[in-house]
Write a protein that binds this ligand. Structure first.
Ligand code: ADP
Length: 486
C-alpha cells in the first residue's frame, strides 16, 4: 500500500482530539482480505476509553452547539475538500482493508464525502415553526441537537457509513463517539486525521477502536450522557442495541439487514434489467444491505434473462481489488465465505441448479465464485435470509400479485427494485412493496440526496436528504403567553 500522505495511516484511537493507544496497551490486527497480509496493528480499546470519549464529547458539544450553524458548516465543508483531495489515498486504504476494487473504493470516498457537503449546506436550514393560536398565546417550535451521539458502523462501506451519520450530527451541533468495525478501522481513522486538519475542535469526533464490541456498545448504550445511538449493521445486533437503549430511553436510528427483491416483468427492457440486476447483486461482491437478494423474474422472459445474466457473470474478473482489471474482490472473512457457501449448499440440497459458480473461489481463502442459481423456491435459505455474498438465486413468477406477495414475504424491508415499462404497474407495485426504498428501472438508488432507510426489521430512521437531519434533532415547543396585555 503506497500512500502519498503517510499521515493518513493512523493506528491509534482518537479521543478528545488526541491519538491514543489502548489503556491496556493491547492491539489487534487488520488484515488485507485479498492477500491475507497484515496491514496494521490498531489500538484495542474497551469500555474505559469509551467512557472517556463520551465525556470529551459532552464537554466539546457545549460550545459547538452554541456556534452559528454557518461556523459549524464551514468546517464540514473544509473536511469535504480535504477528503476529496485525499481521494486516492483513502481509496487505497479502503481497498487494502476491505477488498473492494479500487474503482468502487474511489466511488465510495466521493459518495461518503458528499454527505459532508450536503449536510454542510442543509445544516443551515434547521427551521422551526410559529403556531397560530386563538388566545393570548403563540406557540414556537424550535429544533435542537439531540445530544451526544454514539455511532456503530460496519465494514462494508468503511467511509460512507460513517460520514452519513457524523455529518448531520455535527452539522446540527451534536458530538459523536464512533466505533468502527474492527475489520476496517483504518478508513475511519484517516477520516479523523482529515477532520483534525479541517479544524474540527477536539472532542467532537471521537473514535474508539476495539475488538470487544459488546463492551464498547454496552458503555455507549448504558451511558446517561449519550442521548442517541445510530447503528448500521445486522438485524440481531440492532435489536440488541435497541433493547440496551430502552433503560435510558435513548433515541435510536437503525439501518439493518435487507432482503431486496428485483422484480423483472415480461414487459421490462431486458438489457436495462440485466445490467441493473448485475450491479445490484454483485457490487462489493454482494456485501451491501441493498444488494438484490432475490431476483424475481416473470415466466415469459425467465430463460432469456437467466442466459444473458449468467453470460455477464461469467465474464467477471475476480481478484485482488488493488490490481488493474479486477471487477470483483474478496469477501471480508473466511467466516463470510463459509456462511455464503452454507446457503448455496442448502439451495442445492433443495434442488437448485447451479448455472455458474457455486463454491469458494480459487483466488484465496476469502473468495467466493460469483454464482447464479435457478430452480429455487421460497423454502430455501437464499429466499429467507440475507445472503451477503455474490450469489444470485433467480425465482420464477407468473402474475403481478404473485410477485408482490413473494417480494413482501420477508421480515425485512429496506430496498426493492422493479423493472417494467408499464406506468400503471410502476405505481401499483411501488405502492404495494413494503420497503423503505423502491428503485424503478434503476438499482443505483443511493446518494446523499435521498432518504435512505428501511421499514419492518430493516430498521428505523433515515440517512441523507433533508430528512436525515431529523434523526439528530429534538423538537421543542415554547409557549409564549400573556400577549394581549397592553
Ligand atoms: P456483521 O456481521 O456484518 O459484521 P454486525 O452487526 O455484527 O454485522 O457488525 C456491525 C457493527 O456492529 C460492527 O462495528 C460490530 O463490531 C458491531 N457490533 C457487533 N456486535 C455488537 C454488540 N454486541 N454491541 C455493539 N456493537 C456490536
Amino acid at each position: 500500500m503506497q500512500l502519498n500522505d503517510s499521515g493518513l495511516l493512523q493506528t491509534q484511537g482518537f479521543i478528545d482530539g488526541q491519538w491514543r493507544s489502548a489503556m491496556s496497551g493491547k492491539t489487534f490486527e487488520v488484515i488485507n482480505p485479498a492477500t491475507g497480509a497484515l496491514l496494521a496493528e490498531v489500538a484495542d480499546m474497551g469500555a474505559a476509553e469509551t467512557r472517556e470519549a463520551i465525556e470529551a464529547a459532552e464537554n466539546a458539544m457545549q460550545s459547538w452547539k452554541a456556534l452559528p450553524a454557518k461556523a459549524r458548516c464551514d468546517i464540514l465543508e473544509r473536511w469535504f475538500d480535504l477528503i476529496i483531495a485525499a481521494q486516492e489515498d483513502l481509496a487505497q486504504l479502503m481497498t487494502a482493508e476491505q477488498g473492494k476494487p479500487l474503482a468502487e473504493a474511489r466511488g465510495e470516498v466521493a459518495y461518503g464525502a458528499a454527505y459532508l457537503k450536503w449536510f454542510s449546506e442543509e445544516g443551515k436550514r434547521v427551521y422551526g415553526d410559529v403556531i397560530p393560536q386563538q388566545s393570548d398565546r403563540r406557540g414556537l417550535v424550535i429544533k435542537q441537537p439531540v445530544g451526544v451521539v454514539a455511532a456503530i458502523t460496519p465494514w462494508n462501506f468503511p467511509n460512507a457509513m460513517i460520514t452519513r451519520k457524523v455529518a448531520p450530527a455535527l452539522a446540527v451541533g451534536c458530538a459523536v463517539v464512533l466505533k468502527p468495525a474492527a475489520e476496517t478501522p483504518l478508513s475511519a481513522l484517516a477520516l479523523a486525521e482529515l477532520a483534525k486538519r479541517a479544524g474540527l475542535p477536539d472532542g467532537l469526533f471521537n473514535i474508539v477502536t476495539g475488538l470487544d464490541a459488546p463492551a464498547i456498545g454496552g458503555e455507549m448504550t448504558g451511558s446517561k450522557i449519550v442521548r442517541k445511538v445510530t447503528f448500521t449493521g445486522s438485524t440481531p445486533v440492532g435489536k440488541l442495541l435497541m433493547r440496551q437503549c430502552a433503560d435510558t430511553v435513548k433515541r435510536t436510528s437503525m439501518e439493518l439487514g435487507g432482503n431486496a427483491p428485483v422484480i423483472i416483468f415480461d414487459d421490462a427492457d431486458l438489457e436495462l434489467a440485466v445490467n441493473g440486476a448485475i450491479a445490484a447483486k454483485y457490487r462489493n461482491s454482494g456485501q451491501t444491505c441493498i444488494c438484490s437478494n432475490r431476483l424475481l423474474v416473470q415466466a415469459g422472459i425467465y430463460d432469456k434473462f437467466v442466459e444473458k445474466f449468467a453470460e455477464k457473470v461469467k465474464a467477471f474478473n475476480v481478484g485482488n481489488g488493488a490490481l488493474d482489471g479486477t471487477t470483483h474482490g474478496p469477501l471480508i472473512t473466511t467466516k463470510a465465505v463459509n456462511d455464503v457457501h452454507s446457503k448455496v449448499l442448502d439451495a442445492i440440497d433443495g434442488g437448485a441448479c447451479v448455472v455458474t459458480g457455486g463454491k469458494p473461489g480459487a483466488q484465496g481463502a476469502h473468495f467466493y465464485e460469483p454464482t447464479v442459481l435457478t430452480n429455487v423456491h421460497s423454502g430455501m435459505r437464499v429466499f429467507r435470509e440475507e445472503i451477503f455474498g455474490p450469489v444470485a438465486p433467480v425465482f420464477k413468477f407468473d402474475t403481478e400479485a404473485e410477485a408482490i406477495a413473494m417480494a413482501n414475504d420477508t421480515e425485512f424491508g429496506l430496498a426493492s427494485y422493479v423493472y417494467t415499462e408499464n406506468m400503471g404497474r410502476i405505481f401499483r407495485v411501488s405502492e404495494a412493496l413494503e420497503y423503505g426504498m423502491v428503485g424503478v428501472n434503476e438499482t443505483a438508488i443511493s446518494s446523499e440526496l435521498i432518504p435512505f432507510g428501511g421499514v419492518k426489521e430493516s430498521g428505523q430512521g433515515r440517512e441523507g436528504s433533508k430528512y436525515g437531519l431529523n434523526d439528530y434533532l429534538e423538537t421543542k415547543y415554547i409557549c409564549l403567553g400573556g400577549l394581549n396585555r397592553a
